[in-house]
Design a protein around this ligand. Sequence first.
Ligand code: ADP
Ligand code: MG
Ligand code: ZN
Length: 652
Amino acid sequence: MSEKADASKKNGNKECWEKCKSDKGGIREKPPLIGPFNKGQFHFSIWYFIAALVVIILLNMLFFPTLENVTTVEYSKFKELVKSGEIKRIEIRESYYTGLTLTKEEISSQTREEPIYIYRTAKVEDPNFVELLDSAGVEYYAVPQKSNPLLNLLLNWVVPIIFLIVIWRILFKRIGTLGPDVMSFGRNRAQIVAEGETGVRFSDVAGADEAKMELEEVVDFLKNPKRYTSIGGKIPKGVLLVGSPGTGKTLLAKAVAGEAGVPFFRMSGADFVEMFVGVGAARVRDLFRQAKEKAPCIIFIDELDAIGKSRANTIGSNDEREQTLNQLLVEMDGFDSRTGVIILAATNRPEILDPALLRPGRFDRQVLVDKPDLNGREAILRIHTKGVKLDESVDLKKVARATPGLVGADLANIVNEAALLAVRNGKDRVFQEDFDAAIEKVIAGLEKKNRLINPRERRIVAFHETGHALVAFFTPGADPVEKISIVPRGLGALGYTLQLPTEERFLMTRQELLGKIDVLLGGRAAEEIIFREVSTGAANDLVKATDIAKKMITEYGMSERFNNVYLPYRKSSLFMGEEQYAVAREYSEATQQYIDEETARIIKERYQIVLRTLTENRENLEKIAERLLEVETIQADEFKKMVERLSLPGKS
Ligand code: ADP
Ligand code: MG
Ligand code: ZN
């Protein structure tokens, strides 16, 4: 979260530039539903409330002056006064009696000397009261409930409404964050940027070559949808951009729209999630409706994880998010990709997405946006220094070399910092020393957040990955190495060696399985040879290697003692509709022991073989690892050339 916030801060100027532009370009927004309470137009405060109350009281006093010298007495006292003849006239109201010490006549004839006293008492259910009045000869009359229309209106309507509004405001202030937008729910905040207005091209994105290549197809489709539809070709509906924060996912989505010259509807996942159940779903509906009108176009949902979180492993339920997600799924299923609407989404946490989102017909295509390697970083720096005056001393390659593990957003930030430093020091252009200082500053900030690997770890990773690659190279029948990389790739992977199978395989021979184990062990073996020490980095490899070895014995019948025998260990059973694994084995304890020992033996034997292979190729290992440390990724061609150059003449 904080990383994201940071990244957007770094690019504050750019974002602002965009906003200003789209303001002019006309954001089509519906007016807010309830206008007058928008902040700025009407500041509600408690003073309004108090003023209203005072006015009510004043009005009431003006129109209905209260009588003076009213004495409130007990009912028994009141009766006494009636009996004694003190009270001569009584007004009966619904809830009280008012007794006057003069009769009507005496009041109207202005000749009275004695003052008038008024007694009031609460009514008591007393069936003999009227009798008493008659016998005392008191004049009495009942007044029907006299209502005060103004007061009634105020009490029944105005006050409760004011009260509700006060509570409403307090609630929203508590919940905070939404601020002025509280009342504008239901309004679609999707920006509609007219044709080509994102102004971003693929040339503005550097480093993410593989992602760009995949997205080019999307652009092509958006440009000529007819060409695809006339053949009956299938067009992707949803493309999910996956990558660490700041790697340029948002930028890429904009570039797709810019290249294709189609409208671009951008919304962040967080925009859909409101506190009111149903609002997010309504927004999704609205977004798709607008998009269909403008087809061909792109819908871009940034930070998809905000709505797309898996429904399975959340504690409790969030109705609003679930409804929004469901609506999104419904909309995605409900439209035909031939309409020319393509949905792009971005996330840096694909692992928490609801699996339903990744099913065919939804975001079935995933594009990995990797962190940039050395060359990628240099290219990104070139883009961002285009408008910056650089001194000749500046060596962008050097800057790129000093910033392993950093992403595009960080690099943009470094360029900006360097320029600011130069200005602060009264220079008219940016020098290398400004860059050095900027790098230090930015990296220090990132180190605090634990986002960088330290140089020693980088070395270990480089040798580990080279180990995998070399073993793969020397193992007959192993899938060829496509790419070696020490650019961290999300989810804790510090590096990776990509092997691409040359053909699809359904069967594997015993030798090939052993080869697979060898390649998996190559990483740890390289660490041991070079550092005389092993690390935890191989844990995942070991899981896989052990699994293969065990399966060879128990499932594929490839062991000596149980040749061609199936030794089932896990019996799956269905319990209440869910698959449960009962840990049950259908063989003896002695067999179990054999399996364990045999597994360990296979792994040990293969590890010795791998150690030998790598020791024989130690020069290769070192040269390639050093190269990897320098450039961070090595592609298939270069790798092959390096190994061949190093090993062929040496071997003879
Ligand atoms: P994400 O969406 O992956 O978090 P952004 O697309 O918001 O990252 O990138 C933030 C900023 O970083 C961009 O606006 C751009 O200035 C810069 N940036 C990131 N990646 C690249 C790249 N590959 N090429 C050029 N600039 C980049
Ligand atoms: Mg983004
Ligand atoms: Zn490994």
